[in-house]
Design a protein. Structure first.
Ligand SMILES: Nc1ncnc2c1ncn2[C@@H]1O[C@H](COP(=O)(O)OP(=O)(O)OP(=O)(O)O)[C@@H](O)[C@H]1O
Length: 731
């Protein structure tokens, strides 16, 4: 059944489709979605019942559309109840009438079918494997568990046979996504079912490592860092979640010290621990943070442990997950997998919110059954660009703890910490016992604007019908107002941070003069430094390295973030505009060349040959080069930090994947921090504008955050909109 023949049928259900070319042209669906729906309904479904064909065709089209927007599966019940929330790629603002028509057409199609009937049609198709929603068993058959992670996952996954789609309750998956979820679920459940019995000395080590307790949070006197460390030490799978600066790295370092101390004492040798992060940038940042913090780590005096040897066993090299698993060029398969597992005892993954469901499944498969996995991340940040929101799914209940009496007793025995009633739950599930939320930020004062703003944005719950100007919007605007007033009140008592660390700028358009002046002022220190600090032509190479290092520092003091990629408010439009403004201000020359001195560039794909990672930022500079005839001329080179405090100069022509980065998308900024971060919102409501996006933007700021926006209703809508990623990861 293809879509042209689809149109010839007028069955009682799934009435004919429409001009799908316009659906594609308006971004509602991709060519890939249609091709997949055609292929599966034609090739795998020989039945000639037209209604069933239509049911399968539309289901496949929509599950593929959902995957394209980060959802792991399509929830049929949700789709029937909220058809207006499907087709997220529709460019409503560009062609509102066309978009409205397409939405109405989809609603017309879905209005003709009932959930139970849709499920029955799908279940009857050979293209669909039905699995038990609760147990994951296929078609009610018993467990086909066998060997390697192997084991259960491989059994269940293979049991879904060759069917390209999997139906689990009302969730429909493309088979590989269902497999990823199963692999993750089973990998975690197996680990949770097998906690470790810690030797008695663990308690002594913990007490020594946490002799200076974390300051109490406002609600209870709990050293959550020690709780996190203790829980992670006894589980084969654990998560430490928390906002920026809450001490995830600090705590994991103590966990590593504990693990190595125990391993040296009980096994006589160190455990094999690998640290990883999803992007090169995040890996480099963790590397730097761990290296700094290892130097300050106070190891206690423990009989049988020689402190310098103990310290030397704590790893600080961080690799990307791709590198850890052994990425192969042009393949989604890795060198390490269930049959060739990683030679490790522990793996720690930072910035886990950025890890998608496919990568998490690959990691889980590559771990030996006994190996332990620790995830660190901020559950409130944007989820991965690719499908899935694994960390968010795992940490759904983290705020309230849900520790069982058994866990609380164990924690008390081990650490002397009493978990207050608010975080206890007699019905807490095994996963809850492996998750700790760190709640006290060391980076921002609790009464500082950045902390308060991040909290306010986060508190939002998804409202069923978000009013255009909500209470939350008023609260956010009031906070900016209060801070502005604070700034003027120099005489009254106020903490240094609570004054001017947040501000907002309301503009009329992207080309607004006010915005222009603001942006030019923000980039001026960096570009002035480029001209004023430039060494003379005959200066030694080291002087130019120092110049570049000074410019990296100046450039990282300010970063403009945008929610969108395209359009005048997207990074593409903004980068062009900013370049023109900086040229008009006399800060940039050669405004029309692709490469020009002062151009900041973002690397957008790992380049192992050049040693550059996705997320690295460099600056293009005019560097003196000696010609063969002995003369000195200037040539453009792009300077990147080399990770060891030095500079690497690269020919622009060697850079394959880079973009200008006066403005950067919030998505790309994940895993980075800038002293002053400004977030600019577009002038139209857009589905990508969510409170996770705003929260991620705010928390990139090291010392100051500015919000630039033009319409209250757009800001209000963003504050009321949450990222909801459909998945089946439940524990
Ligand atoms: N209990 C503590 N005692 C002293 N210093 C601490 C403590 N916890 C954290 N810090 C310090 O606070 C700073 C922030 O901690 P850390 O980098 O571990 O946070 P994080 O949650 O990993 O932050 P992010 O992920 O946002 O980078 C670090 O300088 C760290 O050394």
């Amino acid at each position: 059944m293809n879509r042209s023949s689809c149109a010839t049928y007028a069955t009682a259900s799934f009435l004919p489709p429409f001009d799908l070319a316009s659906w594609q042209a308006e971004g509602a669906i991709r060519a890939l979605d249609v091709a997949l729906a055609d292929f599966i309904s034609q090739e795998v479904n020989p039945d000639d019942d037209p209604a069933q064909h239509h049911a399968l065709w539309w289901a496949t089209l929509l599950v593929s559309e959902r995957n394209g927007h980060g959802h792991v599966c399509l929830d049929l019940a949700w789709a029937l109840a909220h058809p207006e929330e499907l087709l997220s790629g529709l460019r409503d603002e560009r062609a509102p009438e066309a978009a409205l028509l397409i939405r109405q057409q989809l609603q017309q199609v879905l209005a003709t079918v009932e959930l139970a009937q849709w499920q029955r049609w799908l279940a009857a198709s050979p293209a669909v494997a039905v699995v038990d929603d609760e147990t994951g068993e296929v078609d009610g058959t018993t467990d086909e568990v066998d060997d390697a992670l192997g084991g259960e996952a491989a059994g269940a996954v293979n049991a879904a046979g060759g069917a390209p789609l999997v139906l689990s309750g009302s969730r429909l998956y493309l088979r590989r996504y269902w497999q990823y979820e199963e692999i993750i679920r089973i990998g975690i459940e197996q680990r949770l079912a097998d906690p470790v019995t810690l030797p008695h000395v663990a308690s002594t080590l913990l007490a020594g490592l946490f002799s200076e307790p974390e300051p109490a949070d406002s609600t209870a006197t709990i050293d959550w860092q020690q709780v996190a460390c203790a829980l992670a030490a006894r589980q084969r799978f654990a998560v430490m979640t928390g906002g920026p600066g809450t001490g995830k790295t600090f705590t994991v370092l103590k966990l590593l010290a504990l693990v190595q101390g125990l391993s040296l004492l009980t096994q006589g040798q160190a455990a094999v621990i690998r640290l990883a992060a999803p992007t090169g940038k995040a890996a480099a940042r963790l590397n730097e943070s761990i290296s700094q913090q290892v130097g300050r780590l106070q190891l206690p005096e423990v009989a049988g442990l020689e402190r310098s040897h103990w310290l030397a066993t704590i790893p600080h090299e961080v690799s990307t997950l791709h590198r850890l698993l052994g990425a192969r060029p042009d393949s989604r398969h890795f060198r390490h997998h269930a049959a060739a597992p990683l030679p490790v005892d522990w793996v720690v993954v930072d910035e886990a919110s950025m890890v998608d469901v496919e990568m998490m499944a690959s990691l889980m498969q590559a771990l030996p059954a006994q190996a332990r996995l620790i995830l660190l991340g901020d559950q409130d940040q944007l989820a991965s660009v690719e499908a899935g929101s694994v960390l968010g799914d795992l940490c759904r209940d983290a705020r309230d703890g849900h520790y069982t009496p058994a866990t609380c007793d164990w924690l008390y025995t081990m650490t002397g910490i009493e978990i207050p009633a608010a975080y206890r739950d007699v019905q807490g599930r095994p996963l809850h016992q492996a998750i700790t939320m760190l709640r006290h930020s060391r980076r921002f004062a609790a009464d500082g604007g950045i902390s308060q703003l991040a909290r306010l944005v986060n508190e939002g719950r998804r409202l069923p019908e978000a009013p255009p100007v909500s209470d939350r919007l008023q609260a956010v605007l009031a906070l900016f107002d209060e801070k502005r007033t604070d700034e003027k009140r120099t005489d009254e008592k106020r903490s240094a941070q609570s004054s001017a660390d947040i501000d907002c700028l309301k503009v009329t358009a992207a080309s607004d003069r006010l915005f222009q002046r603001w942006i030019v002022a923000a980039y001026q220190p960096y570009l002035r430094a480029m001209n004023e600090l430039r060494p003379p032509m005959d200066a030694p190479a080291q002087a130019f390295d120092e110049w570049a290092l000074a410019l990296f520092e100046r450039r990282s003091r300010f970063q403009l973030l945008a929610a969108l990629r395209r359009g005048e408010w997207g990074v593409e439009g903004l980068n062009e505009l900013i370049r023109q403004w900086l040229h008009q201000a006399g800060l940039l020359s050669e405004p029309w060349a692709l490469w020009y001195p002062g151009r900041p560039v973002l690397v957008t794909a790992n380049d192992y040959a050049l040693g550059l990672m996705n997320g690295d930022i460099g600056v293009c500079l005019a560097l003196p080069v000696d010609e063969r005839d002995g003369s000195r001329v200037t040539r453009l080179r792009v300077a990147f930090p080399d990770g060891q405090g030095g500079v690497r100069w690269v020919l622009p022509s060697r850079l394959q994947a880079t973009e200008t980065v006066f403005a950067m998308t919030v998505h790309k900024s994940q895993g980075s921090e800038f002293l002053h971060t400004a977030l600019v919102l577009p002038d139209r409501v857009n589905p990508v504008l969510t409170r996770e996006l705003i929260y991620t933007g705010i928390t990139r700021a090291g010392a100051r955050f500015s919000l630039i926006y033009s319409r209250d209703d757009v800001l209000g809508a963003a504050l009321n909109q949450a990222v909801v990623r459909v998945s089946g990861l439940r524990f």
